[in-house]
Design a protein around this ligand. Structure first.
Ligand code: B1M
Length: 229
């Protein structure tokens, strides 16, 4: 019998379990990540802490080794799949809103040339939890997709996500086109993604810069409440 057969995630204390989930995420072990998240939730951990400490913490390590050429795209794809599995468990909890009244529609999508969607999906979950109806355009969106969604859904906020320094300028293209069409007063424009900052958001004329999922959803809710006051 191998050592592994004796190994039980339940036997680990919280700190060890968080580290184990990070390791399993790194190794792309989706079932183990799922089970680890389940155990932390069973120990009455707050879903936001599970997300931040175990999943986002694990993905940070993956990102560093990806940058340094230790991990490659196929491996990182497995990590991303494991992360999504864990997020699937947290989704109903994070999106469990006690707010009855919808804050309105929030269109969100990753911009053209960019296929990163984990952060965008997280932002979407938190927005749902806050009381928005989220229209998710997915990844790799040209300006036409945003315009079509705006026409179809009349959102209160339009959000764009970019994870690459090469794709973030495309957010400016979308905002310019929206301004050219005279639509910029009809809704708020929020941008976010790891390489962005407030300065960049200001430079391209975005109304808001969302640093992370929790702050983005708080900013969006505050904006709508101020509009309604
Ligand atoms: Co890519 N990748 N990747 N990747 N990837 C990064 C972004 C990178 C920083 C890795 C690195 O070098 N350290 C680097 C970008 C470097 C740069 O531009 N300066 C990089 C690269 C280079 C690439 C490729 C070019 C690699 C290649 O092919 N040679 C390629 C590009 C593909 C493309 O998009 N065209 C590529 C591919 C991939 C995978 C497909 C393998 C996979 C994506 C899988 C998926 O998303 N389904 C992947 C991954 C997973 C990453 C890292 C490791 C993790 C990203 C992530 O999910 N983070 C990433 C390294 C890193 O960021 N540390 C990396 C966790 C997530 C919760 O955080 O996405 O930042 P984040 O989202 C946060 C905030 O940014 C914010 O809230 C979120 C939650 O708190 N936020 C918003 C995000 N969007 C928002 C929108 C808002 C508001 C807030 O308002 C609307």
């Amino acid at each position: 019998m191998s050592d592994n057969e004796d190994f039980n995630l339940n036997d680990l204390d919280d700190k060890e379990l968080v580290e184990q989930i990070q390791d399993d995420l790194y190794d792309g072990l989706d079932e183990e990540v799922f089970e680890g998240v389940q155990i932390l939730l069973g120990r009455e951990w707050d879903a936001n802490d599970v997300l931040g400490d175990a999943l986002v913490g694990g993905m940070k390590i993956v990102g560093e080794d990806f940058r340094d050429g230790i991990l490659f795209v196929p491996e990182v794809l497995k990590c991303a799949a494991a992360m999504k599995g864990g997020m699937g468990l947290l989704r109903p909890i994070l999106a469990d809103s006690s707010i009855d009244i919808s804050l309105g529609k929030f269109v969100i999508g990753t911009v053209k040339g960019d296929i990163h969607d984990i952060g965008k999906n997280l932002v979407g979950m938190m927005l749902e939890g806050a009381g928005f109806e989220v229209i998710d355009l997915g990844i790799n969106n040209p300006v036409e997709n945003y315009l079509a969604a705006i026409e179809e859904h009349s959102p209160v906020i339009v959000g764009m996500s970019a994870l690459l320094t090469t794709t973030m300028p495309y957010m400016g293209v979308v905002i310019e086109e929206i301004e050219r069409l005279g639509m910029s007063n009809d809704f708020h424009m929020m941008v976010g993604g790891a390489p962005l900052n407030q300065e960049f958001a200001d430079a391209i004329g975005a109304d808001a810069y969302g640093r992370d999922a929790a702050r983005s959803s708080e900013m969006a809710s505050n904006y709508i409440e101020a509009q309604r006051a």
